[in-house]
Design a protein around this ligand. Structure first.
Ligand code: SAM
Length: 366
């Protein structure tokens, strides 16, 4: 079996090829200790073999650069009731806030001075931000900072809305599909939220020419190895430019408060597989990864990730954007947080760069 797994990893590394059966075999043996005949030592050495291939691949393309994106969490109002999420609408303990356009521009100003050339605006699905209001904000940012890339992560919208923000200059859009298995999707979301709708949104986003990001929470309640296999097949078909995956972490005010956290190991294994599948992809080492383990973000980079997303939101609201318990970096100034992260990356031989870091296919389209 060990040889078979090595062959799968080699083929993925050399030719970027892997089929569904091989993914299932790889994940069962590397991530599911109950269903493998391999010994612990064999599993660990295979995990390291995969990680090393991904690390080398990432290094060949990006060198020791890690791209930074300035995250601005501009509203935690949300009309949705995703069962896992701390800002779900029925969480009455969430202290809601919404930044004004001026607040958002101030965050960009601070970020620009610190060297950020990508801003990521994320929020709950806040109906206050109509197409007109959001376009006013995005076009102001693009006018003020024409040299910066702008990413939105604001959920499911209709075609006209996505088109308007694209025309206002937004370059990238993040919309994790969360899980591509309908039965699983329905266990994580209330009945009015449909996987079909989310996937249609992703299709529109891709067609409109955004650099498109998708992804999953690893170890979300009820997730199986089969589900993750389907997710990798889905991602393979979509060919996103960005792939965000992080462990599921419970939030105390949600029905999933007693569910287990996702596994850091499985998250790292998936990052490595994704790096080999998509050598040029922008893959963040997520805040959730940094929350689950003190050196989680470093381990993400060493497994093949190449992006970090420090928080630029005002300190006064940071704790309120609470998706899960114990989220890191909620009480550091942006400057302080960035310097700490820079030092952490330097310690593993990486340098944080302020470059925009567009996907190679889009560099010449700007
Ligand atoms: N509303 C937008 C959307 O739906 O895409 C963006 C905001 S949403 C809070 C951003 C991401 O946070 C989700 O796609 C989900 O994967 C992640 N998230 C939410 N709750 C989480 C939790 N408990 N643990 C880990 N990640 C979580």
């Amino acid at each position: 079996m060990k040889e078979k797994i090595i062959k799968i990893i080699d083929n993925l590394n050399d030719n970027g090829k892997i089929n569904k059966k091989e993914i299932l075999l790889l994940l069962t043996n590397l991530c599911d200790s109950e269903n493998t005949k391999l010994s612990k030592i064999e599993i660990e050495s295979l995990q390291e073999y995969l990680r090393e291939k991904a690390y080398i691949k990432s290094h060949k393309i990006f060198g020791n650069k890690v791209y930074m994106r300035g995250l601005i969490e501009f509203s935690n109002y949300c009309k949705n009731d995703c069962i896992y999420c701390g800002i779900r609408k029925s969480n009455k303990n969430a202290q809601r806030y919404r930044l004004s356009k001026d607040d958002i521009l101030e965050c960009c100003d601070e970020g620009y001075k610190l060297g950020f050339r990508t801003f990521v605006l994320q929020s709950g699905e806040d109906m206050f931000f109509t197409k007109k209001r959001i376009v006013d904000i995005t076009s102001s940012i693009k006018n003020k900072y024409p040299d910066c890339a702008l990413t939105l992560s604001i959920g499911e919208k209709n075609y006209d809305y996505y088109k308007a923000i694209k025309e206002s200059g937004v370059n990238r859009f993040l919309l994790r599909h969360e899980t591509s298995t309908e039965e699983h999707y329905n266990k994580l979301h209330p009945k009015e939220l449909l996987l079909k709708k989310r996937l249609e949104c992703l299709k529109i986003i891709k067609e409109l020419g955004f650099q498109t990001g998708t992804g999953i929470m690893v170890g979300s309640p009820f997730q199986t190895i089969n589900n993750i296999t389907n997710d990798l097949i889905f991602i393979k078909k979509l060919k996103p430019e960005m792939i965000g995956i992080g462990p599921f972490l419970p939030h105390e005010d949600t029905p999933f408060k007693d569910k287990d956290k996702g596994s850091i190991n499985t998250t790292l294994i998936l990052i490595s597989i994704l790096r080999l599948l998509f050598p040029f992809a922008l893959i963040p080492s997520t805040t959730a990864l940094g929350t689950i383990s003190k050196n989680g973000r470093e381990r993400g980079i060493l497994a093949g990730a190449n992006v970090v997303m420090p928080n630029l939101s005002p300190l006064s609201v940071r704790k309120k954007y609470s998706l899960y318990n114990d989220k890191i970096c909620t009480d550091e100034e942006a400057m302080e947080g960035l310097e700490l992260l820079r030092a952490k990356m330097l310690a593993i031989g990486y340098e944080i760069t302020g470059e925009r870091g567009d996907h190679i296919k889009h560099i010449f389209k700007q």
